[in-house]
Design a protein around this ligand. Sequence first.
Ligand code: B12
Length: 225
Amino acid sequence: MTPDEILQGLYDRTLVGNGPGVLELTHEALGMEMEPQVLLFDALIPALEEVGARFERGDFFVPEMLIAGKAMAGSMEVLRPLLADTGVQTVGTFLMGTVKGDVHDIGKNLVNIMLEGAGFEVIDLGVQVAPEKFVAAIEEHQPDVVGFSAFLTTTMPMFKANMNALEKAGIRDDVIVMVGGAPVTQEYADAVGADGYAADASATVKKAKTLLKDRRARAGAAVPV
Ligand code: B12
């Protein structure tokens, strides 16, 4: 098979949720020394985008979305160590979770992989994370950044609920808050009072690093000389 045939095959098999087929092609691609990023960005993600478009048109239903998501997740498990293994030193701690009421985790997991690859220590709270759980985990782990992921317009308001919980616990200013997920925009992030938003995993890494650098610079400047 040529690399193009592999990418097309990965796309087609993800689209129809053929998990074993996706895994087989993932291994075959890696055996041919194709880059893991290429598999991700040129086949797996576009396939899930098409799944979403078909769901919107009414051509696909929840079971189809589910098996396509699972097929991609299986491949990501194989790609994860390759994407994350860049040997960079720890730059900070990132606490991540999908908000209460939301079970979408593929986007979040992809962000986690990229953050790990860029040297962040990632603590993943999983899905359906209630505000109290975020608060408890921030108090326990004292992360530099906390990330809220939401994929539904109906669960995005949990960002504000989480921010309120942080305020109430008196820890809002202890962490940088980032938000993201398919329906989220910069405007929405600003409206809920988050410190940062990013549309995809690599933008998240860049933004988290910039926010962290700014905060450390400000903390340094605040120290009396
Ligand atoms: C797979 C999928 C599912 C799977 C989820 C499996 C899983 N384990 O995640 C299942 C079948 C469970 C599911 C269920 C539902 N889903 Co769904 N799902 C999808 C689908 C097809 C793909 C989502 C995905 O994983 N994309 C791939 C990743 C890589 O997406 P991404 O956005 O590019 O991710 C990047 C950014 O968002 C960002 N990011 C993500 N998180 C974070 C966090 C931070 C802090 C930052 C900075 C950045 C960031 O970085 C990511 C990586 O680059 C989307 C369609 C779509 N186009 O998004 C619908 C979609 C999200 N689902 C939708 C719906 C309606 C539902 C259901 C309500 C359906 C139903 N009637 O039951 C349920 C809700 C269940 C629940 N309570 O959560 C709608 C949402 C519409 C809306 N505007 O609210 C969508 C958009 C489909 C559509 N076009 O209508 N779904």
